[in-house]
Design a protein around this ligand. Structure first.
Ligand SMILES: Cc1cc2nc3c(=O)[nH]c(=O)nc-3n(C[C@H](O)[C@H](O)[C@H](O)COP(=O)(O)O)c2cc1C
Ligand code: SF4
Ligand code: SF4
Length: 259
């Protein structure tokens, strides 16, 4: 079965997930949702692998699905990569896709280390390792079910999460682009320009050797997490916390996925 996985990632967790699943499925093409490429041939199944942002689907994924070439009757699946609070993300995706007559046949939640650095670091080495093992087991368990084009109820968080956090998602989504006003750069910056290169929204310009943000942010946190000097801060507390990206994903994987 030829499969296409469309992925979106800030710190590599979703790329690792997409790669791991692709390996299990076999004959799978990985396409970044930020890269502007199209599948080389017509797939029999298509998946979306992306991080949960603010308890819902990141705006970039919604735009991608709105604009993509759709095939009625194609088997669609999704993996929402998260830090323990998938909430209503996959139900939201299912509803969005229904508008375009796309049926989401399987929606899976995979937990990996958190990259929302204003709330702290990703956890201890041991915690991260445990999450990685559990995630891999889950992906391996699901792969044959996807291969068999199984229909399953999408995964979801508890009801209280879906009520409270969906309200917050709806309140915050219109402000996401502007949230980069919270980024600052400190004197550790050595003007390497990596933050500009990893931004999928081309939202960063280097001005006099320092990054400036342009209010079209997607809140993927690639810039703050990939800065090799940890010179980017978000609000007051991030200087205290370690930076994170998935250990098997390289900076070049991120830059190569951006058009
Ligand atoms: C702006 C932002 C919002 C986030 N919101 C959530 C959330 O609502 N629930 C959750 O479990 N994780 C949340 N996270 C954590 C990411 O979903 C998680 O770390 C994911 O594995 C990152 O994937 P990536 O490395 O592919 O970008 C958020 C991260 C960011 C940057
Ligand atoms: S990645 Fe960090 S060190 Fe490099 S230019 Fe950006 S802020 Fe400065
Ligand atoms: S400015 Fe930073 S957080 Fe915003 S989209 Fe670009 S890389 Fe992601």
């Amino acid at each position: 079965m030829k499969t296409v996985i469309y992925y979106y990632t800030g710190t590599g967790n979703s790329l690792w997930t997409a790669r791991t699943l692709a390996q299990e499925l076999g004959d799978t093409e990985l396409i970044p949702m930020t890269g502007g490429t199209k599948p080389q041939s017509k797939p029999e199944a298509a998946g979306f692998v992306f991080p949960v942002h603010m308890w819902g689907v990141p705006g970039r994924i919604l735009e991608f699905i709105r604009d993509m070439e759709k095939s009625e009757g194609l088997y669609y699946f999704a993996v929402a990569v998260n830090a323990g609070q998938v909430s209503r993300t996959l139900i939201q995706l299912e509803e969005e896709m229904r508008q375009y007559k796309m049926r989401l046949s399987a929606g899976i939640s995979v937990e990996l280390p958190g990259n929302y650095v204003p709330w702290g670091g990703p956890g201890t080495e041991e915690e991260m390792k445990k999450l990685g093992i559990k995630a891999e087991e889950k992906i391996k368990k699901w792969a044959p079910r996807i291969k068999a084009k199984e229909e399953a109820k999408v995964e979801r968080g508890p009801l209280w999460q879906r009520i409270v956090f969906t309200y917050i998602y709806n309140m915050t989504k219109k402000h996401i682009n502007m949230m980069d006003k919270n980024f600052t750069v400190d004197d550790k910056c050595n003007s390497c320009g990596i933050c500009e290169k990893v931004c999928p929204a081309h939202n960063i310009n280097m001005v006099s050797g320092k990054p400036e943000w342009n209010r079209k942010c997607q809140q993927c946190f690639a810039c703050i997490q990939w800065c090799p000097q940890a010179a980017i801060q978000y609000g007051k507390d991030t200087a205290k916390y370690p930076r994170y990206h998935h250990p098997s994903v390289k900076l070049s994987d991120i830059t190569a996925s951006i058009k």
